[in-house]
Design a protein around this ligand. Structure first.
Ligand code: PLP
Length: 472
């Protein structure tokens, strides 16, 4: 066996040695859950760790091992796992009921907090997930403009509804010609009808000219443009300076509803507040529910007025648990304890992390770099700093096994990250954890050098010898 294969085998063996209870749980789960889990995006080989509990910024697996949580439920959490204010809010509300079959003051209390923080959010409505929120924002854009076509970003992830699962950077499905315009082919997830492509057009991220071109070639037909300010699943790529301002201008000129999907980027401020660019509609989820399911869509009061049931033909929006009291109580506590200081802390953690990962790669002599913004970070192998999903796909191509080994070894060392590369922290994460993590990341890459040399020689650099007396 080569040295590279030996390293890979040892990492896998160690993972299995450390997590026998998760292996047993995985086998048991396969009896009722296809693939032993319920979230395709977050499961991984040989089996995912099964968790028991969380405390602060750590989680414990079924074998009793603790992990520093550097993924924060894939960006959905910010407060750690047992924040006292959130526990109190949820316990109090639980005593009084979760959904009482009528509106409660919690709805406008939560809404007021959000609207005060996000100026473009004049009116809003609640649902239970980011998927629902983006689905409703698209519906609202269509209903308001009377047009059908949605422009979405190649690799943009907006949840799992049919309109969102076009070129959403997931594996499988069909790659088809875009029938509306002569554009590069789009990917449809299995089960998404081809007819969706009659009303969804995809363009590359960070390319405002591509949007201008679509709007010019489909005059009067585009209802909305939906975009994540940081392309999340598509590689953690921040919008280049000026990009979203250009989209703001182009959409305003053509009467197209501009939708910022800020389900992941609320932790940045949200992005639109930090960068002072106002979309027509926004979607939020995840952390605005304080650890419980929530979705929010809203924005311009005139557009949102379509949902007013007192209107002759209101936009019919229903959701049995939309605006439920438990999520709102937790969400209020979360918003009240997530202000400028907490956001700055997340930003500082993210900045330190990205600088540290870049330094770690240099130190280990492995070509790769960190990308992201504020408290959202990714690591990509290769020299290219991705600007869009095609770049991310190129950076990942043929490197799944390498990324898997990095992920498993980090777990072996007690650090939870996402297999696809996402790293997010909690407001209760200490800077020392990030510093420790980048050291472990550097040693992980060093350990993997024989493997990388064998399978990805293009990623190896000569490591300069340390200066005499220097500590490395
Ligand atoms: C930007 C973005 N939009 C939408 C969603 C979908 O949210 P949910 O998983 O709550 O449906 C996600 C979830 O990862 C997301 O990151």
């Amino acid at each position: 066996m080569s040295e590279g294969q030996d390293v890979a085998q040892k990492i896998n063996e160690r993972y299995r040695e450390l997590s026998p209870a998760s292996a047993t749980a995985f086998a048991a789960a396969a009896g009722s859950l296809p693939g032993g889990d319920t979230r395709t995006m977050i499961t991984y080989d040989p089996y995912p760790l099964y968790f028991n509990r969380g405390e602060g910024a750590r989680v414990q697996d079924l074998d009793g091992r603790w992990y520093h949580d550097l993924v924060a439920n894939y960006g959905a959490l910010t407060h750690g796992h047992n924040h006292p204010e959130l526990i109190r809010a949820v316990n109090d509300q639980m005593q009084r009921g979760t959904a009482l079959g009528g509106p409660s003051p919690l709805q406008y209390q939560h809404a007021d907090l959000l609207c005060a923080r996000v100026p473009a959010l004049e009116r809003l409505r609640y649902c239970n997930s980011g998927t629902e929120a983006t689905m409703w924002a698209l519906r609202a854009a269509r209903a308001f403009t009377g047009r059908d076509v949605i422009v979405k970003i190649d690799g943009g992830y907006h949840g799992t509804h049919d309109w969102g699962h076009v070129s959403a950077f997931i594996h499988g499905g069909k790659t088809l010609r875009q029938p509306l315009l002569d554009l590069p082919p789009a990917n449809l997830a299995p089960g998404v009808p081809e007819s969706v492509l009659m009303s969804v057009v995809t363009v590359p991220f960070n390319d405002a000219n591509a949007v201008a071109d679509v709007l010019a070639r489909l005059p009067g037909r585009v209802a909305g443009l939906i975009v994540e300010p940081v392309l999340g699943v598509g590689g953690g790529i921040p919008a280049r300076p000026g990009y979203l301002a250009e989209l703001r201008q182009l959409t305003a000129q053509e009467g197209v509803v501009l939708i910022f999907d800020e389900c992941a980027t609320f932790r940045l401020g949200p992005w639109q507040v930090k960068h002072n660019i106002e979309p027509d509609l926004s979607t939020f989820s995840k952390i605005v529910g304080g650890g419980l399911p929530i979705g929010v869509f809203g924005g311009n009061a005139e557009i949102m007025a379509m949902f007013d049931p007192a209107r002759p033909e209101p936009l019919y929006h229903a959701s049995a648990f939309g605006g439920n009291s438990l999520s709102l109580a937790a969400g209020i506590a979360a918003l009240e304890t997530f202000g400028g200081a907490e956001i700055s802390h997340l930003d500082a953690l993210g900045d330190t992390l990205r600088k540290g990962l870049d330094a770690a790669a240099r130190k280990a002599g492995v070509v790769g770099r960190a990308v992201g913004e504020g408290g959202l970070s990714y690591f990509h192998f290769g020299a290219v700093q991705p600007q869009n999903a095609s770049d991310t796909a190129a950076a990942r191509r043929g490197r799944d096994q390498l990324r898997a080994l990095v992920h498993l070894h980090l777990l072996n060392e007690g650090f939870l990250t996402a297999r696809h590369g996402l790293m997010c922290q909690h407001i209760v994460t200490d800077m020392s954890v990030v510093e420790e993590f980048v050291e472990v990341f550097a040693s992980t890459l060093r350990l993997l050098r024989p493997y990388i040399g064998q399978y990805h020689p293009d990623l190896l650099e000569d490591v300069p010898l340390p200066a005499p007396g220097a500590v490395r």
